[in-house]
Design a protein around this ligand. Structure first.
Ligand SMILES: [Zn+2]
Ligand SMILES: [Zn+2]
Length: 147
C-alpha cells in the first residue's frame, strides 16, 4: 500500500505502476515489463481503430427529436444540432454523443473522446478494464502525463 505523502513524491509513471500493482491486474510482470506494457497500452489507446472494430464496438442509436425542444443537442465535431432520425453514437466511458458518421471518421485517427479524452470505445483485445471504469480512467490520466 502507498500513503498520500508517498504518492506525491512519485513520478507520473511510478504512480501508474503503483495503481497497477494495487489492482493486481499485472501481478506477473516486473516493473520494466509493466512499464513497457503501459507504454504500449497508451500508444494503442491514442491510436486510431480499424473500421471493423468501430463497426463492431460503437454503440449507436437513432436520435428522436422532442417536439418541445427548441435547442436540440449538437454534435461537437460538426457543430450541427441533431435532427430527428439522425444516427448518433455514444462513447463507452464518458457517454459523450456525436453523429455516427462524425465520430467514425475521428475514431480512425484516435480512440480518445474529442471532448474529454476518455477512451472512446473498448477494442475486443482490450485487457480487463471493463470491470472498473474509474480505475482505468485514473490510470489513463496518469499515463498521459507519464509518457
Ligand atoms: Zn456531427
Ligand atoms: Zn467524452
Amino acid at each position: 500500500m502507498w500513503t498520500v505523502s508517498h504518492m506525491m513524491t512519485l513520478s507520473p509513471m511510478e504512480k501508474v505502476i503503483s495503481y497497477y500493482r494495487a489492482s493486481k491486474v499485472a501481478d506477473n510482470l516486473n516493473d520494466e515489463d509493466l512499464r513497457c506494457f503501459l507504454e504500449e497500452q497508451l500508444c494503442k489507446e491514442k491510436a486510431g481503430l480499424s473500421e471493423k472494430t468501430i463497426a463492431r464496438r460503437l454503440k449507436t442509436k437513432v436520435y428522436v427529436a422532442s417536439k418541445v425542444e427548441e435547442n436540440p443537442d449538437a454534435c461537437s465535431i460538426c457543430m450541427a444540432g441533431y435532427k430527428d432520425r439522425d444516427k448518433v453514437a455514444s462513447l463507452y466511458y464518458c457517454c459523450h454523443e456525436y453523429h455516427e458518421e462524425c465520430i467514425k471518421e475521428w475514431l480512425l485517427k484516435s480512440n480518445l473522446c474529442p471532448m474529454c479524452r476518455a477512451l472512446a470505445i473498448i477494442p475486443e483485445d482490450y485487457p480487463c478494464w471493463e470491470a472498473d471504469v474509474q480505475l482505468h480512467q485514473a490510470f489513463f490520466l496518469h499515463l498521459q502525463y507519464a509518457i
